[in-house]
Design a binder for this molecule. Structure first.
Ligand SMILES: *Cc1c(COP(=O)(O)O)cnc(C)c1O
Length: 393
């Protein structure tokens, strides 16, 4: 037996464990200080009533001989796939019936999709980045190139001039930077991918946070994208499904003459047995008019938090990306501080927790991520404390 030695190439991530350790130490030393957490990358508002009603009803169906459901289609029930197609129509995108695949979340699909690609492909990922894109390719031993997301390009890197990549990861609106590509910028990536024969793996987990009509919520809003892109989406951040688990992936029939769609279907029917019936009923409720109205309320709450945070930083003269079409804000640390210096200062002096940008890649150094998933009053209080701290610097 020989093990996959590529696992030894993975870098240990101490980001969140180091944060937890530092926060625990601070609370032990200063039990009187109320610590506010703006580092959370998880939703905090509960599921909306349309979703819980659908869950309850589906549970009852499962307990009744006439309406019980056993194994379902691996790629998802039609009632949900059709609901998602209807959702895309609202974005101006028409998908065909067999192009939508239901899964237990975007993270699984982003990792699993690599089954379809040869090890001998070059991968291009932006830096800073959601760590899943890098680690899943390291595990397979694939060569990874980075394109620099920087303050100069607003953390929205354009396609590279010299490099030819085969598999390209894009995430917009982005985690951790909150930056979102406009149509023209995304169009440049689509043109690049088509010119070099690459596939774009497009992570649209935060699409629902976009309100600005000029920004694309799906890569398929860009002409020619169905010939070069697979889109991953999730109900996690959109509808609070981080604990319930449901996502979907679009593999267009126009991509590689339908070959990747057929391969993904084969892969899923072989290695996956579908998402629970009750979860798919809950997910379908999100795409009803009532469900969409209700999730908008929750999204609006997070958006307002983000607006309050962005407004405060603007008034303080701090450079940042995100906050408008995203629950994330990526701010420049004041006074040339590095990410961890600022983390320590903010924790000790203000009792506010965020995430050091360098934990997401080298270009995150000197930056800091704040999230809008907190409670309103705590978010306001945190920004007041940050403001007071910056005034003292
Ligand atoms: C949260 C998140 C997801 C969603 O993952 P799930 O597995 O669906 O919960 C996907 N991509 C990014 C960048 C995320 O931050």
């Amino acid at each position: 037996m020989r093990i996959n030695t590529h696992y030894q190439d993975l870098e240990d991530s101490y980001l969140f464990s180091t944060i937890a350790k530092k926060v625990a130490q601070q609370s032990a030393e200063h039990p009187e200080q109320k610590i506010i957490r703006l580092g959370i990358g998880d939703v905090t508002l509960p599921l909306c009533p349309a979703v819980t009603d659908a869950l309850h009803a589906a549970v009852d169906e499962m307990g009744n001989k006439e309406t019980f459901h056993g194994y379902g289609p691996e790629q998802g029930y039609d009632f949900l796939r059709e609901g998602i197609r209807g959702y895309y129509v609202q974005k101006g995108v028409v998908l065909e019936a067999g192009e939508v695949f239901i899964s237990d979340g975007a993270k699984s699909d982003l990792g699993n999709i690599l089954d379809l690609f040869d090890r001998d492909n070059t991968v291009l990922v932006p830096d800073p980045v959601y760590p899943v894109y890098v680690d899943t390719n390291v595990m397979a031993g694939r060569k990874i190139l980075y394109c620099d997301a920087t303050e100069q390009n607003g953390f929205l890197p354009p396609p590279p001039q010299e490099v030819e990549a085969d598999i390209i990861y894009l995430c917009s609106p982005n985690n951790p930077t909150g930056a979102a590509y406009n149509r023209e910028q995304l169009g440049a990536w689509v043109a690049y991918a088509r010119a070099v024969g690459a596939v774009i793996l497009y992570d649209a987990a935060y699409e629902a946070f976009i309100q600005d009509e000029s920004l694309p919520r799906s890569i398929y809003e860009i002409e020619g994208a169905k010939q070069c892109a697979i889109e991953f989406c999730s109900l996690s951040k959109t509808a609070g499904f981080t604990g319930l688990r449901c996502g979907y992936t679009v593999v267009p029939l126009a991509l590689c003459g339908g070959r990747l769609n057929a391969m993904w279907l084969r892969r899923q029917t072989t290695k996956f047995n579908g998402v629970p019936y009750i979860v798919q009923r809950a997910a379908a409720a999100v795409f009803t008019p009532e469900g969409l109205r209700q999730i908008e309320e929750n999204l609006g709450y997070y958006r307002e938090n983000a607006r309050i945070m962005a407004q405060a930083l603007r008034e303080m003269g701090v450079w940042f990306t995100g906050g408008e079409s995203s629950p994330y804000i990526f701010m420049k640390c004041p006074g040339g501080m590095d990410s961890w210096q600022y983390f320590d200062l903010l924790l000790k002096q203000a009792g506010v927790v965020g995430t050091p940008g360098e934990g997401f890649g080298k270009n995150g150094a000197g930056f800091f991520r704040l999230t809008a998933f907190g409670e309103r009053e705590a978010t306001k209080e945190a920004m007041a404390r940050i403001r007071a701290l910056h005034e003292k610097l």
